[in-house]
Design a protein around this ligand. Structure first.
Ligand SMILES: [Zn+2]
Length: 385
């Protein structure tokens, strides 16, 4: 059986035998569309392995859901209005929008090299200002937000405390991600800006509250609401976005629409560390995708990322990349063998492994052992050729 036949089968409930994909413990029965909202990049720097890991996992999820018969629609934003980006553009002495466009070009090159599918919807935040203003106005009308000195804040305390009961940890993360918990204009340290008043020299758009710019969480909430309506099937992104970003994105959308939950399932890909430290420019430990691709096939880098449980944080080591390249060779050798039997039984087991929380390691083991069509199908499905 080929993936295409599986898709045909998956469209007919009798053929699918009631099996449904599971993601993070959540059953995802798919009827028609699968709406995947993926947090994209803030284009202020080169793509590192930590970014790539999240996007390769979203790509693998899309491929598997597609093979299961869903019409997968991915929306991945580009956060081209962000204070981190503004600071980087200022250091480079370039207008922020030109700077972001160039960085985005390099990012897309890296994604194409890694065979990450191009999202159907890829909005740049600066083109969605009106949607953020509408979100702020809607939340003000519902009493879920308030205006202070040209900024509009969302009452996010309840959502933040429910998601992160450890208050000290929550405050630390809120500060790290630019939510300014100490801002004295806020009623609660966990309220967040939907709309920020801009100082002279900062990018600014007209709004009912004066010149300003959108907040990051509000950008993703507004873009997802516009693309998909009040809910999505999967809210995806890097594991470091769990709090505060994903929590506030969902809380903003839920407060506006009243539809809960905003996301049926979440895919927050494990954070990539180097020597136990999160990969970050400030830590000086970036592993650049372009450097890896100069020495290794893209499929080996994909395999390094995918050959593990998706939610676990992990440490990058070159020895592991060498091991991934060796495993890729074994998979390709297996694909060249005639394979055992018709391959149908192995394909069914591979499909079951992938349906069970994207169990790539188990699927690989079955493909290597069975060889032939099963190994070829898995390589094609996961972009490991
Ligand atoms: Zn986001």
């Amino acid at each position: 059986m080929r993936w295409q036949e599986w898709q045909e089968q998956a469209h007919h409930p009798g053929g699918a035998r009631g099996d449904v994909p599971v993601l993070g413990g959540v059953m995802l029965p798919l009827v028609g569309r699968a709406r995947v909202y993926s947090c994209g990049i803030t284009p202020y720097d080169v793509t590192h392995l930590g970014h790539a890991a999240a996007f390769v996992w979203v790509d693998a999820l899309s491929r598997v859901l597609h093979a299961e018969g869903a019409d997968v629609i991915v929306c991945r934003n580009v956060t081209d209005v962000d204070d981190v980006l503004l600071a980087a553009a200022e250091r480079a002495g370039e207008p922020y929008d030109e700077f972001a466009a160039v960085q985005q070009f390099y990012f897309e090159q890296d994604m194409a090299s890694l065979r990450v599918g191009v999202p159907a919807i890829q909005p740049r935040a600066h083109t969605r200002i009106g949607q953020v203003i509408a979100l702020a106005a809607g939340l003000l009308a519902r009493g879920a937000a308030y205006e202070r000195a040209g900024s509009v804040y969302f009452r996010g305390g309840a959502a933040a405390r429910a998601a992160m009961p450890d208050e000290a940890q929550a405050l630390r993360l809120a500060a790290e991600y630019g939510d300014e918990p100490g801002d004295p204009r806020k009623d609660d340290p966990f309220d967040v800006a939907i709309w920020r008043a801009s100082e002279p020299g900062q990018p600014a758009w007209a709004s009912p509250w004066g010149a300003g710019r959108p907040g990051w969480h509000a950008e993703c909430a507004a873009i997802a609401l516009h693309a998909f309506g009040p809910s999505v099937d999967v809210q995806a992104g890097g594991g470091d976005l769990r709090f505060p970003h994903h929590v506030y994105q969902a809380a903003l959308a839920e407060a506006l629409t009243g539809v809960t939950p905003f996301a049926r399932a979440r895919l927050a890909a494990g954070v990539v560390r180097v020597g136990g430290q999160k990969m970050a420019k400030s830590a000086g430990n970036l592993v650049l995708v372009s450097d890896l691709l100069a020495k290794y096939p893209a499929a080996a880098v994909r395999l390094l990322i995918l050959d593990r449980p998706w939610s676990e944080d992990w440490d990058y080591e070159q020895a592991e990349l060498d091991a991934a390249a060796a495993r890729l060779d074994r998979l390709h050798s297996a694909a060249g063998r005639p394979g055992t039997g018709s391959g149908e039984a192995a394909l069914a087991r591979i499909r079951a492994a992938l349906r069970a929380d994207l169990g790539v390691p188990a699927a690989l083991a079955i493909a290597e052992e069975a060889g032939g069509q099963a190994a070829r199908a898995l390589s094609a499905l996961l972009g490991l050729w």
